[in-house]
Design a protein around this ligand. Structure first.
Ligand code: HEM
Length: 292
């Protein structure tokens, strides 16, 4: 609070007291009192400000754990692998363009790009094996997989969301642990993975595959790899990055998949049904603990 405002506030208080008590204070004493009261007012305003900041911070700090370390590491490996594949694959596809040649000059030649592309491919194959083991052999993995299976509700949510976007209803769909958007993301990776890994392996070990398959199989693999690469890049940059990071609620970056944590406020807005479920379970646990 500015000194001028607090002095004015103090002046009002003193005048009110003088008026109600019908007294006139000594001028020097009055001025000292005015300054003291102004200081107190400022202190009070500062205290209230600090308190509300503390409260806001506490609310912000109320987090839920959304992703385990295992999921976060899988996502990180997949993300690094795919980014490596995109930035080294696209210059190979557009090798005649000026920017591709600039890129090759910067990293030390097309051979380096081809090598890094194979490193990214290795990461992608590794994470797909890791994920398969995770969903087949761990309880957490099986639960996550079940949560990600498409259900009738996802189609209803999609319809409801379209209605909401068109302004036909004020009610947004209420999502559980995963929205239909997130499920779409997840299943798109399966499709992309099968096409990219199969066609990529045929390109990588072409001598071996040309020995057992006719040439047109190689041509199809090359075409599929090249076109699906564009589709995958656009799907990741436009669909996935928009939904996960650039949408106005979380812009410019959503740290949840890296930290594993989600704020209570986002949990209530983005996954209200899961929030309700967790709170119910918590209450039940507390109830049980009380009974003991
Ligand atoms: C999201 C994943 C991937 C993207 C975006 C991607 C992108 C690309 C692109 C754009 C090309 C150039 C195709 C052309 O010449 O028209 C390429 C080539 C290639 N890709 Fe991929 N790719 C991916 C995954 C993979 C995987 C998983 C493998 C191997 C298992 C692989 C192996 C190869 C090979 C061997 C080539 C030929 C490169 C060369 O000329 O040496 N790619 N990739």
């Amino acid at each position: 609070m500015k000194r001028k405002n607090s002095l004015e506030e103090a002046e009002k208080l003193i005048s009110e007291v003088e008026k109600t008590k019908d007294v006139e204070l000594d001028e020097e004493f009055r001025e000292r009192l005015r300054i003291e009261i102004a200081k107190k007012i400022e202190e009070e305003v500062e205290r209230k400000k600090r308190e509300s900041l503390k409260k806001a911070k506490k609310e912000e700090e109320e987090y839920f754990v959304r992703f385990s370390l295992n999921i976060r590491l899988q996502h990180l490996t997949l993300a690094i692998g795919v980014i490596l594949l995109i930035i080294t694959g696209l210059p190979i596809k557009f090798h005649d363009s000026w920017w591709a040649n600039l890129f090759f000059d910067l990293i030390g030649g097309i051979q380096v790009s081809r090598f890094i592309h194979r490193v990214g491919a290795g990461m992608l194959i590794f994470v797909s094996i890791w994920h398969t083991i995770y969903i087949a052999f761990t309880k957490e993995g099986r639960n996550e997989f079940k949560e990600l299976l498409p259900r009738k509700k996802d189609f209803l949510d999609f319809y409801q969301n379209i209605k909401y976007m068109l302004g036909k209803t004020n009610e947004r769909p209420k999502y559980g642990r995963y929205s239909y958007i997130e499920k779409f993301d997840y299943w798109a990776v399966y499709w992309g993975m099968v096409i990219m890994v199969l066609s990529g392996l045929i390109l990588w070990f072409h001598n071996f595959f040309l020995g057992i398959f006719p040439k047109f199989v190689f041509d199809i693999a090359k075409e599929a790899h090249s076109d699906e690469a564009m589709l995958a890049t656009l799907a990741i940059v436009i669909w996935h990055w928009y939904n996960a990071h650039f949408n106005p609620h979380v812009f410019p970056f959503n740290p949840t998949i890296f930290t594993g944590k989600i704020s209570k406020e986002r949990m209530m807005r983005e996954h209200p049904l899961e929030y309700e479920k967790i709170m119910k379970e918590k209450l039940m646990k507390e109830g049980k603990a009380d009974e003991k």
